[in-house]
Design a protein. Structure first.
Length: 162
């Protein structure tokens, strides 16, 4: 069995960081050291997306009677992205990269308390598709009719619900 979360909204990638200033700070030993303030270059889109994922994680944790996953998990992700009107290709095999989508989802699950750390994810299937391509996907039921992501968490230590 699996815990399945469906989050609607345009998936946002988490990638490059931007330096927004530098200064000095005091370290644990009381010594002044250089401090760099970095943040994601797309934080205005990224942070609301991660908050949606975190909210879905909290709801799922309450529904399944468990707040934190302690075991290693398989994480299958199906990202549904909008097909631009002028696009005729079958697959969204263009920017943004799925690995950058995954980072945002994993951090959202951590923020939502679904697990202690995203290092608990051992692997899984990652898929990016358009809404009308469900028949060609490994988990057709996970393809949304609008942009978003379906997150499927499965316990790898036993055949049981996490």
């Amino acid at each position: 069995m699996s815990i399945v979360l469906k989050v609607r909204g345009t998936p946002v990638q988490q990638g490059s960081m931007t330096c927004v200033g530098a200064g000095m700070r005091t370290n644990k030993k009381g010594k002044q050291v250089a401090a760099h303030n970095v943040q994601p270059s797309n934080k205005d889109d990224l942070y609301p997306w991660r908050k949606k994922i975190a909210a879905a994680a909290r709801i799922a944790a309450a529904r399944y009677g468990q707040f934190v996953v302690h075991d290693p998990v398989r994480v299958d992700l199906t990202f549904t992205v909008a097909r631009p009107p002028s696009v005729t290709r079958d697959w969204p095999s263009v920017y943004p990269d799925v690995d950058k989508y995954v980072r945002a989802v994993y951090d959202g699950l951590t923020e939502g308390g679904m697990w202690n750390d995203d290092g608990q994810a051992l692997g899984g299937l990652i898929w990016k598709t358009y809404p009308d391509m469900a028949a060609n996907c490994p988990f057709p039921e996970d393809v949304l009719d609008v942009p978003g992501v379906t997150i499927r968490l499965s316990d790898v230590t036993a055949n049981r619900l996490i």
